[in-house]
Ligand binder design. Structure first.
Ligand code: FAD
Ligand code: NA7
Length: 488
């Protein structure tokens, strides 16, 4: 009944990132008429990028490529121990060349995304969309005209952007993860402010590429993650030569006549003031949800802090307006979470599905040189939920076979399983620090979601020689007090 349609579109998606694109593309599969807005406001340093959102342009993808570049630098040195004849021992990366390769890949993904949208007949508008009322979205065309369109359903998937501290020089002189992956200058000596996973990952790939990063930590590293694993990770980073300024906050940044950046800071534990000179200052102090441009009040959508409140169906306070991805209050900020939530929402809206997004037990990885991956509860969460007497922790250090020949430090390869004490000893959380952690934990995440127990884990025959097999031979409990370090 096309002539009778009340709205221009069945679905308008605000934000063409991981969640928005997944939702839009799934919705057209079921015959919905879909339009997707995506617009990137340039950073204070002037960086901008194409369609696809954070993950593709300034998140997961360039981060993983730079992580890989840094691991390869390490591998070249190890290759010598393995008998490779590497003639030029002064092995150095070329930052500009790396950035170009990374950006070329991103541009190809932008291109494929646009072609995909065209093929699937998702209408794409490269403008900032905002509400006029609960069913009407307004935007400006490239020519400056103001246009409006109506939608039966709206999905807000606008994601977030890095925060800047409110101190002199922050925006003018500092950069963020939005700039670093396309940064034209060698970053040089870099101060990374913030010790969440973004800050640690950036510091690690910079170190691997030969720069001298310092991480400024306001309170603790990796708030929200398992404490023991986080401390182990920081110790591993320190051992690799990454400097930490603990309990320190920046107070001002100024440019010196020689072009370098003078950062003033205060150590909050003893109130001493200090300063240091760097080539680059990278803010990694968390992200802000992009609600300011949306005019949400006109639609009646409720927010908390800078995020949108949704129920178990991703519906906001206005029933036909939904939100998915990083913009949702209180959910994991990860690409696969945004994608699955977007896809399931489209199926519920247009294919009669009832399946809800399950935000529990989402696995994640911190891409530091020895990677850290986990799924389920941290040791602290388990103890808080069940009480210390009801939690058993199996743990062990291990030596990856491939570490022996280059005589790599094995002290930080560690894993643990957090389990219930009684009954079938259900596993509540798995934590792993070592090579290719994400690849190791992904399969175990499916097992954990299926109700994995200690018995099943220990009855699983490992694949030898891998690092993942260590999970099948965890025998030492923390409670036993036995040394979890292997004998040789
Ligand atoms: P986004 O992907 O941010 O997309 C939102 C889009 O909407 C953006 O393009 C934005 O410009 C646009 N937009 C905003 N407002 C409007 C508007 N009013 N109108 C039109 N368009 C608008 N996740 C992982 O799973 N693994 C990782 O390894 C990982 N690494 C990361 C590394 C970094 C450095 C960062 C910053 C993030 C990383 N993430 C990672 C997180 C991941 O990128 C996000 O969780 C994911 O991109 C969120 O998707 P989204 O759809 O919610 O939003
Ligand atoms: P996070 O995980 O929010 O981490 C931000 C880090 O920056 C954290 O260590 C904070 O310390 C620190 N921080 C925050 N504000 C400041 C100021 N003003 N000065 C100095 N240091 C500060 O953000 P990420 O960008 O790493 O990750 C983004 C999201 O992805 C995150 O929300 C996760 O859910 C997933 P604190 O511990 O608060 O003292």
């Amino acid at each position: 009944a096309s002539g009778q349609r009340k709205f221009d579109y069945d679905l308008v998606v605000l934000g063409g990132g991981s969640g928005g694109l997944a939702c839009a593309k799934e919705a057209v599969e079921y015959g919905a008429r879909v339009l997707c807005f995506d617009y990137v406001t340039p950073t204070p340093a002037g960086t901008k990028w194409g369609v696809g959102g954070t993950c593709v342009n300034v998140g997961c993808i360039p981060k993983k490529l730079m992580h890989q570049a840094s691991l390869l630098g390490e591998a070249v040195h190890e290759a010598v121990a393995y008998g490779w004849n590497v003639n030029d021992r002064d092995i150095k990366p070329n930052w500009q060349k790396l950035v170009k390769s990374v950006q070329n890949h991103i541009k190809s993904v932008n291109w494929v995304t646009r072609v995909d949208l065209r093929d699937k007949q998702v209408e794409y508008v490269n403008s900032l969309g905002y509400f006029v009322d609960a069913h009407t979205i307004e935007y400006k065309t490239k020519q400056g005209a103001t246009k409006q369109l109506t939608a039966q359903n709206v999905v807000v998937a606008v994601g977030g952007r890095p925060r800047y501290p409110d101190i002199p020089g922050a925006k003018e002189l500092g950069i963020t993860s939005d700039d670093i992956f396309s940064y034209e200058k060698d970053p040089g000596q870099t101060l990374v402010v913030g010790a969440g996973y973004v800050g640690l990952e950036c510091a690690c790939f910079l170190k691997g590429l030969g720069y001298e990063p310092t991480v400024m930590v306001r309170s603790i590293v990796l708030r929200g993650f398992d404490r023991q694993m986080s401390e182990l990770l920081a110790a591993m980073m320190t051992e690799r030569g990454i400097k930490f300024l603990h309990t320190t906050i920046p107070t001002a940044v100024e440019r010196l006549p020689n072009g370098r950046l003078l950062v003033n800071f205060t150590n909050t534990s003893n109130q001493t003031k200090g300063s240091e000179v760097y080539d680059t200052v990278l803010w990694a102090i968390g992200r802000k949800g992009l609600i300011d441009d949306l005019n949400l009040a006109a639609a009646g959508v409720q927010t908390r802090n800078d995020k949108i409140i949704v129920d178990g169906t991703e519906a906001t306070s206005v029933p036909h307006i939904y939100a998915v991805g990083d913009i949702i209050y209180g959910r994991p900020e990860l690409t696969p979470v945004a994608i699955l939530a977007g896809r399931l929402l489209a199926r519920r809206l247009f294919a009669g599905s009832k399946q809800l997004m399950d935000y529990r037990d989402v696995a994640t990885t911190v891409f530091t040189p020895l990677e850290y991956s986990c799924v389920g509860m941290s040791e602290e969460q388990a103890i808080e939920t069940l009480g210390p007497e009801n939690v058993e922790v199996f743990h062990g250090y291990y030596k990856p076979t491939e570490f022996f020949i280059p005589q790599k430090s094995v002290r930080h390869c560690y894993l643990k399983a957090v389990a219930e004490v009684g009954g079938e000893q259900k596993i509540l959380g798995l934590h792993y620090m070592g090579p290719v952690a994400g690849e190791v934990i992904q399969g175990f995440a499916a097992a954990l979601k299926s109700g994995l127990t200690v018995n099943t884990l220990l009855n699983t025959v490992g694949i030898h020689p891998t690092t993942a097999e260590e999970f099948t031979r965890l025998s030492i409990t923390k409670r036993s007090g036995r040394d979890p370090t292997p004998a040789s």
